[in-house]
Design a protein around this ligand. Structure first.
Ligand code: 6R9
Length: 648
């Protein structure tokens, strides 16, 4: 009884939610049967300067490859996220900001105030020479000005390229150069977990390797000492005082670019993923409203960083397009204590919380009392994103955090997809821990085998999407051929996600992880996520990462890196216990060949485990050339420990 494998839609959700099961089926059917009428109807949720008369016009085939949505429409994203709300909810809080330190006062901006901030910011950009189509790099901490900057770019039709504030000067320089960006927006310093991040100094260091830069706009965030270069550097507050208060929103074609976002460098050189204006905004607005069942007045918190796509789509654009109150948090989930997230929830009476499994696992490891000593009574709905959530973490989120009261939406999507493609809708979808469940309207997922043959029924394979959806990326900046090759050439005529997935008898999708992480043991395909999930079910295991490595007899063996809970000691007994544990949980073919106890796993700053490095260590190939660039890791020292203590 305590661990059901399916959680039905609670009766009150079925009755009150915007979308119930029947409506989901009806809308899902309509979107596939008659996409033109479905999407032109959905387009009415946005304010258009010129309403579109055509919806999707696309082909994934090489001969006439193109993707357009609402191409004859014109709109402005910033006007949709701000101006159109002024009449009805000008005095409602748009952005609620929680600073790094709990001792500091939160700040908030109503829609009216947001309008004023964004207009001035847009005029500062214009005064600095920015024009429609220019690329503007945004290298900011999690402060309200980050949202203002994005919306100011959108207001004048400039293309923003946000670079995560944790990236090094080298990484920043590479991204500035790749898109030939002429303006950088930064701050004196950032703050996270009580530490200062020298953002302006990093920009100065990056600028030495960059030739395209004309201006650096600097937000005074901490008041820390920075060097200002005459003729190039501009204080935002000084420039803002010198420009007009109003800035008309530029009419922008629906297919004109809105932003560029470089994907993390785990495979090859980072790609500048380009999103366009109309289709993207429609997608994030629709999914934000329906996946979270958002109601005006609710306090909504997406605990991501604006440096990742989740921050773009679900801190800024989706919520603000819907007139929401969106909470932005500057700091870390576990600082100064592992209770911080829950304290922020209580302080601001957050009703909807959206976070990543990695954060949940880290907090879970600290013990329940950090959660249970807070109230959390305001919470109504919980969400996750970023990686498969193991059922154990799902259940902890559901039982301990949500006290069994809040549905969990496990949203599967990618930087490339713009917004959520597969997710439960809380009033429509019964939940299964670890499953992202069902596709959004218009999303046509298929599972194909290695040859691209579509598989029916309950099956596991490569996840492809057979049709275009409005929020889809439009190109890789500067390399349209790479866009086609990366996503449309593996399985011709389809968008290849790079993920593996299983579909069960109920038509639910279970993402098994990146396909490049699938291990083939003695001819059996196995999701690394599956083994990891089994390992973390063990009471002593906090986190696990599993990779394949060459094995003489089996083809590939299973190498497991295991982080233990606080106060649990590594031992040979525990090692064999864990091997036996996985054997019983999944079956003998899943038994790890090697288990390495690791105090920490190599993660990107967005929390993704760098499997490339783990695979190399498992293979015994630990030369610097093999390990590659480890500078983008949250904690590069982790790698040294892993190398020193590898097993086998
Ligand atoms: C939004 C985001 C994309 C990759 C994706 C997949 C993994 C994201 C997931 C998930 C299982 C979920 N992923 N959400 N896997 N369940 N709910 O994270 O974008 O940083 O581009 O990562 O993340 O492997 O392909 P991005």
């Amino acid at each position: 009884m305590s661990d059901p494998s399916i959680y039905p839609v609670p009766a009150e959700w079925a009755a009150k939610a915007k979308i119930n099961a029947e409506r989901y089926d009806q809308m899902y059917g309509h979107a596939l049967a008659d996409p033109g009428s479905f999407w032109l109807d959905q387009a009415k949720r946005l304010d258009w300067i010129k309403r579109p008369e055509i919806a999707g016009d696309w082909s994934f085939n090489e001969q006439d490859f193109h993707i357009n949505w609402f191409a004859d429409g014109k709109l402005n994203v910033s006007a949709n996220c701000i101006d159109r709300h002024l009449k009805e909810r000008g005095d409602q809080i748009a952005i609620l900001w929680e600073p790094d330190s709990p001792d500091e006062a939160p700040r908030s901006y109503t829609y009216k105030q947001l309008h004023a901030e964004v207009c001035r910011f847009a005029n500062v950009l214009k005064a600095a020479g920015a024009k429609k189509g220019d690329r503007i790099t945004v290298y900011l901490p999690m402060i309200p000005e980050a949202a203002f900057a994005l919306l100011a770019c959108a207001r004048i039709g400039a293309i923003h390229s946000v670079v995560f504030g944790g990236f090094s000067p080298e990484a920043l320089a590479g991204r500035i150069t790749d898109c030939d960006s002429n303006i950088v927006i930064t701050a004196d310093e950032g703050r996270r977990g009580g530490k200062r991040v020298p953002l302006k100094a990093n920009v100065d260091a990056a600028a030495k390797h960059v030739r395209c830069l004309d201006a650096v706009i600097v937000v005074k965030a901490t008041g820390g000492d920075v060097a200002m270069q005459e003729g190039r550097d501009i204080w935002l507050h000084e420039a803002a005082a010198a420009v007009p208060a109003d800035c008309p929103a530029e009419p922008i074609g629906a297919e004109d670019p809105l932003f560029l976002l470089y994907t993390s460098g785990s495979t090859g050189k980072p790609k500048g993923v380009l999103h366009s204006t109309g289709g993207y905004l429609l997608w994030v607005s629709l999914t934000h409203e329906l996946v979270f069942d958002y109601r005006p007045g609710q306090i909504y918190w997406c605990a991501a960083d604006i440096g990742w796509v989740t921050g773009h789509s679900y801190i800024v654009y989706g919520p603000l397009a819907n007139g929401a109150t969106t909470l932005m948090y500057e700091g870390l989930p576990n600082w100064p204590t592992p209770s911080r997230i829950w304290e922020v929830v209580d302080r601001h009476q957050v009703e909807i919380l959206y976070t990543a499994p990695t954060a949940l696992r880290a907090l879970m490891k600290e013990g329940d009392e950090f959660v249970t000593k807070t109230s959390r009574k305001s919470l109504k709905l919980l969400g996750t994103v970023g990686e498969p959530i193991n059922p154990e973490a799902w259940r902890w989120y559901h039982e301990v955090v949500g006290e069994g009261r809040c549905p969990i939406v496990d949203t599967w999507w990618q930087t490339e997809t713009g917004g959520t493609l597969i997710s439960p809708l809380p009033g429509a979808t019964a939940l299964k821990p670890g499953s992202a469940t069902k596709p959004m309207f218009g999303v046509d997922p298929q599972i194909v085998d290695g040859e691209g043959v579509v598989q029916d029924g309950a099956v596991e394979g490569n996840l492809v999407i057979a049709r275009s959806w409005p929020g889809q990326m439009r190109t890789v900046w500067g390399d349209h051929d790479r866009f086609f090759q990366t996503y449309f050439s593996t399985f011709p005529g389809k968008y290849f996600t790079g993920d593996g997935a299983r579909r069960d008898d109920d038509g639910y999708y279970w993402i098994t992880g990146r396909v490049d992480d699938v291990i083939n043991v003695s001819g059996h395909r196995m999701g690394t996520a599956e083994v990891e999930s089994a390992l973390v079910l063990h009471a002593k295991v906090a986190e696990a990462a599993v990779v394949g490595y060459p094995h003489d007899i089996k083809g590939q063996g299973i190498y497991a890196y295991v982080t233990l809970n606080a106060n649990c000691a590594a031992s040979e007994e525990l090692r064999s216990e864990l091997r036996q544990w996985v054997r019983t949980e999944i079956g003998p073919i899943a038994t790890p060949d090697a288990i390495q106890f690791a105090p920490g796993l190599p993660k990107t700053r967005s929390g993704k485990i760098m499997r490339r490095i783990l695979r190399k260590i498992a293979e015994g190939d630990v030369s610097p050339a093999a390990l590659g660039d480890t500078s983008t890791l949250a904690d590069p020292a982790v790698v040294e420990d892993l190398v020193a203590n590898r097993v086998g």
